[in-house]
Design a binder for this molecule. Structure first.
Ligand code: NDP
Ligand code: MG
Length: 381
């Protein structure tokens, strides 16, 4: 039996994690979880899974839930609550499925508490990859990827030596606007951007997929998870999202991981690694039915955010922190209909240009740069 803590239980990855736990009650038990503001769903999760500890974002929601449930459940709220869930004593594995760099501090605390981390929250690695990976190494903690591309690479790397890796090939579906020219992106609406062709995900990552920032964040995430230079990490447009990513080895052999687009495969693998379990309601891949798979090179002039992410990643220091914070703030503004779609990458580029890079930032520096960058983006609105 593995005891699970879950940050972001009400989100897209969160609810799919609950599905994996629900499918295997003899293997997993949800002991603690956090949510943002969706207390309606939190009530249902509490009733179904009987956790011991629950945290919400707002104090008022905390007081509401506390008055509704028996004393068997402990409640908390705010940033402290996220950490309490992350380090909950009985927890074996922390699933971090919160959105944004708010996931960083709880992850670091969980690593110190020697919890295995199943990581969906890519912003954590983008904003402070060096701190997270160093701490994981020092504490002997595994960071198991949930992001489908990284899960694919991780699966391809089983039994392989690091010295034999030639390059990683991260596949990209292309997002909602893959067939539009940059000119045509001028007038796209929020509703169009939220309509992803292959995956159903949270709002922020769906916009990141449309701008291709998601792939940029994933390149940086891969750099940290697999300890490879950016020159060895490529992105390939693959519209069917059947090959989730590939690894090329030095003898030119390429390994790929395939499957129908279903995040529960990656979530479950992170929870059962190195073992596997059946996925009772999973869609089996039928290649004969699919017939053809397509691949194209990425055009970095068309997908500006991907170019910016490579540049920020290679520059290192605080540049990825700025990239991430500017993007989070700009996407938030787009979701609130305050800016147009193309303004997102414009703002991110401006923030990167304005920032004076700090090398080897510590946690306090990262926090400060994150806040300053968000304030700068908000000042542009
Ligand atoms: P969602 O927006 O669907 O869910 C986010 C979750 O985090 C919700 O439970 C939300 O609570 C909670 N939350 C958001 N902000 C805060 C905050 N400030 N404090 C506390 N809780 C907060 O996102 P996704 O599930 O799509 O994505 C989560 C992470 O996983 C992201 O980092 C994303 O990039 C990554 N990821 C997602 C994939 C997907 O298929 N969805 C694929 C690969 C990676 P509430 O809703 O209650 O307010
Ligand atoms: Mg992904």
């Amino acid at each position: 039996m593995r005891y699970i803590s879950l940050l972001g239980a009400t989100g897209s990855i969160g609810t799919q994690t609950l599905d994996v736990i629900r499918n295997h009650p003899d293997k997993f038990r949800l002991v603690a979880f956090s949510i943002g503001k969706n207390i309606e769903l939190a009530r249902k999760i509490i009733s179904e899974f009987s956790p011991e500890f629950v945290s919400v974002k707002e104090q008022t929601d905390y007081e509401t839930l506390k008055s509704e449930f028996s004393n068997n459940i402990r409640f908390s709220y705010g940033d402290d609550g996220l950490v309490e869930v992350a380090v909950y004593e009985k927890t074996d594995v922390l699933v971090n499925a919160v959105m944004g760099s708010v996931g960083l501090y709880p992850t670091l605390q969980a690593i110190k508490a020697k919890k295995t981390i199943a990581l969906a929250n890519k912003e954590t690695l983008v904003t402070a990859g060096h701190i997270v990976m160093e701490s994981a190494k020092a504490n002997g903690v595994d960071i198991l990827p949930i992001d489908s591309e990284h899960s694919a690479i991780f699966q391809c790397l089983q039994g392989e030596a690091e010295k034999n890796i030639e390059r990683l090939i991260i596949t990209a579906s292309g997002g909602s606007f893959r067939d539009k020219s940059r000119e045509e992106l001028k007038d796209v609406t929020l509703d169009q951007a939220l309509n992803h062709p292959n995956w159903s995900m949270g709002a922020k990552i769906t916009i990141d997929s449309a701008t291709m920032m998601n792939k940029g964040l994933e390149v940086i995430e891969a750099h940290w998870l697999f300890n490879l230079p950016y020159e060895k990490i490529d992105v390939l447009l693959h519209r069917e999202s059947i090959i989730h990513s590939m690894v090329e080895f030095r003898d030119t052999s390429v390994k790929a991981q395939l499957g129908s687009p279903d995040m529960r495969v990656a979530i479950q693998y992170a929870l059962t690694y190195p073992d596997r379990l059946p996925l009772p309601t999973g869609n089996k891949l039928n290649l004969a039915e699919i017939g053809k798979l397509h691949f194209e090179d990425m055009d970095l002039n068309r997908f500006v955010c991907l170019k910016l992410a490579y540049e920020a990643g290679k520059a290192g220091g605080t540049m990825p922190t700025v990239l991430n914070a500017a993007n989070e703030a700009a996407v938030d503004a787009f979701l609130k209909r305050k800016i147009s779609f193309l303004t997102i990458d414009e703002f991110v580029e401006k923030a990167l240009e304005k920032h004076h890079r700090i090398t080897h930032p510590d946690l306090d520096t990262i926090k400060m740069v994150d806040q300053e960058t968000r304030a700068y983006i908000n000042s542009l609105l």
